[in-house]
Ligand binder design. Structure first.
Ligand code: FAS
Ligand code: PHB
Length: 394
């Protein structure tokens, strides 16, 4: 016989979207239970995003989650755009008054886990056979097995925060659902290295051999990426080959700049795609984060979009559960999608501008865009406005 629990909102997924939503719902006086298919250790160990937009830092700080960001995060004024014999700094603060912060998603997750643990948030990790029920009713449910025990949670709403491979996105009926997908003809080889960054701010580099990026996680840990063909086996790239390609593409030796190599502690190949699913809600199901959209990481938007989604969803569910006011919940999808499409376009634009193909015409268009950004304040302001992030609810 299944154990039956009741709460206001059942949240599927304990990544940043699900955990931040449970935190923001509590501030709305709304109870939730989180159901996660992986172990807490696995979720905490995933190496993913590295940049928080201005709006994300503001929101996390207002939610009482900003102390470590302030202490251990690294505020950046902008980025460098690099191509052979050229490097140009774009100062977002001068251009838009908004900065960005280097603060890894693993750190955001740690802060969320600590906050939810302090609040005695109920979270089922390693849940199996997670299934959604009665989504078109006002009493939806989620069932799963915890260990060998069947569990049923009944709620007023289900929040689908289960990422790109979870069941929630598919729970929206085909007749209602519309999806857009673009798979890019290249991937990123991402490395983590125990070496001080060779730059003060991120370098995004166009090069005939392929895109490269120099990011970081701290004063002693660098995070770097290389464009590689789809399906590249990670063991095809030795550490020496990685550092050689990074040095070439990032402009080692150009104007006296040098890339300092160091021990690589993690490497993985990440495919790149854009994916949007509409609507982001159906009946009593509300999708947030990667469950609704995926962006190529070139625009540093994935994590920030997940934060923006739940910043909108929490008050909407608060109105629905506390006052029976369905208006904000009905408006959630359209409001969230404005930012989703803006970030989807920006991520596509950054990706297609900086990643090389075999087509020489593409290369000319890319270099022309880069020259335009180097010489046009209007161009730089457009990039800065999108990269540093638009106000939430835009
Ligand atoms: P998440 O995928 O983080 O979390 C979803 C959770 O749901 C997971 O814990 C999963 O285990 C769980 N789940 C899945 N199925 C379930 C089920 N059936 N039942 C219960 N739970 C289930 N973004 C950037 O901005 N910059 C980057 O550099 C970057 N790099 C990335 C690298 C990789 C390999 C990936 C996959 C993503 C990367 N992203 C990056 C995007 C990433 O940061 C996401 O945008 C962010 O994790 C979104 O958070 P969530 O929506 O919570 O989804
Ligand atoms: C990262 O530091 O992991 C990072 C930074 C900027 C991006 C993507 C990834 O656009």
């Amino acid at each position: 016989m299944a154990q039956t629990l009741r709460t206001d909102v059942v949240i599927v997924g304990a990544g940043p979207a699900g955990m931040l939503l449970s935190h923001l719902l509590e501030a709305e006086g709304i109870e939730s239970i989180v159901v996660e298919t992986r172990s807490q250790e696995y979720v905490a160990s995933r190496i993913r995003a590295g940049i928080l937009e201005h709006s994300s830092v503001e929101l996390l700080t207002e939610a009482g989650l900003g102390a470590r960001i302030e202490r251990e995060g690294d505020e950046h004024r902008g980025i460098y755009l690099q191509w052979p014999h050229e490097r140009h700094h774009l100062d977002f603060v001068d251009l838009t008054g908004r900065s960005v912060w280097v603060y890894g998603q693993t750190e955001v997750q740690k802060d969320l886990v600590a906050a939810r643990s302090a609040a005695e948030q109920e979270i089922f990790y390693e849940a199996a056979e997670v299934t959604l029920h009665d989504l078109e009713s006002e009493r939806p449910a989620v069932t799963f097995t915890a260990g060998d025990e069947p569990v049923r949670i009944e709620a007023r709403a289900v929040a689908g925060c289960d990422g790109s491979f979870g069941p929630c996105r598919a729970a929206v009926p085909d007749a209602v659902r519309q999806t857009w997908e673009r798979v890019y003809p290249y991937s990123w080889l991402g490395v983590l290295a125990d070496v001080a960054p060779s730059t003060d701010e991120l370098i995004y580099a166009w090069h005939p051999d392929g895109f490269a990026m120099h990011s970081m996680r701290s004063a002693t840990v660098s995070r770097l990426y290389l464009q590689v063909p789809n399906g590249t086996p990670v063991d095809q790239w030795s550490d020496d080959r990685i550092w050689q390609a990074l040095a070439t593409r990032l402009g080692h030796g150009q104007d006296g700049w040098e890339l300092t190599p160091g021990p690589i502690t993690d490497k993985s190949v990440l495919p790149m795609r854009s994916h949007v699913q509409t609507p982001m809600s159906h009946g009593s199901l509300f999708l947030a984060g990667d469950a609704a959209h995926i962006v190529p990481p070139t625009g540093a938007k994935g994590l920030n979009l997940a934060i923006a989604d739940v910043a909108l969803l929490a008050p909407a569910l608060g109105a629905l559960v506390r006052r029976g006011d369905e208006g904000p919940a009905q408006a959630y999808s359209d409001t969230a999608l404005r930012r989703v499409w803006r970030c989807t376009h920006f991520s596509w634009w950054m990706t297609t501008m900086l990643h090389t193909s075999d087509d020489p015409f593409d290369a000319q268009l890319q270099l022309s865009q880069l020259h335009w950004l180097a010489t046009s304040e209007a161009g730089r302001t457009g990039l800065a406005e999108n990269y540093a992030g638009l106000p939430i609810g835009f």
